[in-house]
Design a protein around this ligand. Structure first.
Ligand code: ATP
Ligand code: MG
Length: 457
């Protein structure tokens, strides 16, 4: 009995019985839960099952943050859940969940599961390959990652059920893994990344024992399938706390597994400034409810690596356009060894990069054509970051301002803004049509690269 009581009081330890906090002991109210989630919980409970809001939503509400969605946990199996709802689908292969459609909401309902251990379901580093055995609610709490992610809220009684000391950790604002950190990271190395991201998002610290093994175990990230890493990286970048999260990843030495090129980029002051600005800008957009695309962010994170490689090639006398495309391919290839950026993003990333030199061409019809380009907006936003970070110098420092004005101007004003067409370049261009030519030293400019790209359209 005493042992059980003690166990209940030690955060991070799993108790067989929950500590239940009534509505007087915490601030979360059922009115903060979406209508759909409340309805689904009620239906399950009326059918005689246990049902709770669980995970990130309970954590966020306890911390005074508005949750982005509401996940449910229940002792009903997927086969028992489905017939209770008119529109419900069993999904997932690795673990089966039910999606219940409630109005415009999709509520994810998961059956309590237990954490499995044993050689047959883990790889040689201890990484769990399966996670699909139903269990009790206490076991369901125990298989979760952090104590503050393992709290259950019953909207009917407005009680919070705590098996792992999560409420105490919420109060102390600390992130603590449930169980032995080394074992839990080995089971799933993504938990290290989740820790860094959640600490940044919630503005809380990672408890000492939870943080300690990370630098040693960070290389285990390499065993995680690249697609899963990409999902996590996307969460990090689109969380609205990208700047803090990336800092947190670096502090714990975790970025090597995700963005191996980031080290190199951040070594140069300009690269560092560019990445900082890009991340801050994204976070700002997220907080304003504007859209952000992962492609833009990856293009930003890797730009200075492309730039370095492109500049070096041009200095060697390579032709600017092919050199830019080579640099783009090389950087994306290097990056893909760790974290697979899906093909659908790669195309956009390349377009954003490839359009950059075309901003320098401000004579004739070219600026008008660029305005019509489907990726103009993203490429222009990218140019703004380049100027703000101090990458473009001299006359080009004001390039983004020129384009800002040009977009807003009426036709007459736009005509006035155009730069005089540079005759020599034009001549060279017409002469070069249809045949290869050797690079002239003065041609090693972005403008020349853009010209080549344009004629390839
Ligand atoms: P967010 O606010 O970013 O969605 P979250 O904690 O809700 O954070 P999800 O990925 O939605 O993150 O996961 C839901 C819940 O599932 C978590 O709160 C946690 O209880 C559990 N969970 C998620 N990933 C893991 C993991 N790798 N290991 C153990 N439990 C996990
Ligand atoms: Mg969530």
């Amino acid at each position: 009995m005493i042992r059980r009581l003690l166990a209940r009081l030690v955060p991070g330890r799993i108790a067989a019985e929950p500590r239940i906090y009534g509505p007087g002991a915490h601030p979360v109210r059922r009115t903060q839960i979406s209508r759909g989630a409340q309805d689904v919980v009620r239906k399950l409970q009326q059918a005689g099952f246990k049902a709770f809001i669980v995970g990130g939503a309970v954590r966020d509400l306890l911390l005074g943050i508005t949750p982005k969605d509401f996940d449910l946990a229940t002792n009903a199996t997927p086969e028992q859940i489905k017939p209770l709802f008119r529109r419900a689908f069993i999904i997932g292969r690795r673990f089966r969940l039910v999606h219940v459609l409630a109005g415009a909401e999709t509520i994810e309902v998961a059956t309590f599961r237990s954490r499995q251990t044993g050689d047959d379901i883990a790889d040689e580093h201890g990484r769990l390959l399966s996670d699909n055995v139903f269990g009790t609610q206490a076991q369901d709490a125990a298989r979760r990652d952090f104590t503050i992610n393992a709290l259950y809220f019953d909207p009917t009684t407005e009680e919070v059920w705590d098996y792992v000391g999560g409420v105490a950790d919420i109060k102390a604002r600390r992130l603590r893994l449930i169980g032995d950190p080394v074992t839990r990271y080995r089971e799933d190395p993504v938990r290290m990344l989740r820790g860094a991201r959640l600490a940044a998002k919630l503005g809380i610290s990672i408890e000492k024992k939870t943080a300690a093994p990370i630098p040693v175990l960070a290389p285990l990230i390499h065993n995680v399938p690249p697609a899963r890493l990409f999902d996590e990286m996307e969460k990090i970048l689109l969380s609205g706390h990208a700047a803090e999260s990336v800092k947190s990843l670096r502090r714990h030495g975790l970025h090597h597994g995700m963005l191996p090129l980031l080290d190199v980029i951040l070594e140069q002051p300009l690269g560092q400034r560019f990445v900082d600005l890009a991340l801050a800008n994204t976070d700002q957009r997220v907080s304003e409810g504007k859209s952000v695309t992962p492609a833009f962010l990856f293009a930003s994170l890797l730009w200075h690596e492309v730039l370095a490689s492109w500049n070096a090639a041009r200095q060697r006398g390579e032709r600017p356009t092919p050199a830019l495309f080579d640099a783009m391919d090389r950087v994306l290839e290097q990056q893909a060894e760790r974290l697979a950026i899906p093909r659908r993003f790669e195309a956009t990333i390349k377009e954003i990069w490839a359009l950059q030199p075309r901003f320098e061409l401000r004579a004739g019809q070219r600026p008008f054509r660029l305005l019509e380009h489907p990726r103009f907006r993203a490429a222009y936003d990218f140019l703004v970051l380049r100027c703000e970070s101090g990458e473009l110098q001299g006359e080009l420092a004001g390039l983004a301002d020129w384009w800002t004005k040009f977009q807003d101007a009426d036709t007459a004003e736009r005509e006035r803004m155009l730069k005089p067409d540079e005759a020599p370049k034009k001549r060279r261009r017409s002469r070069s049509r249809g045949r290869k030519r050797e690079p002239a030293p003065d041609e090693a400019s972005a403008g020349a690269a853009a010209e080549g790209e344009e004629s390839a359209e």
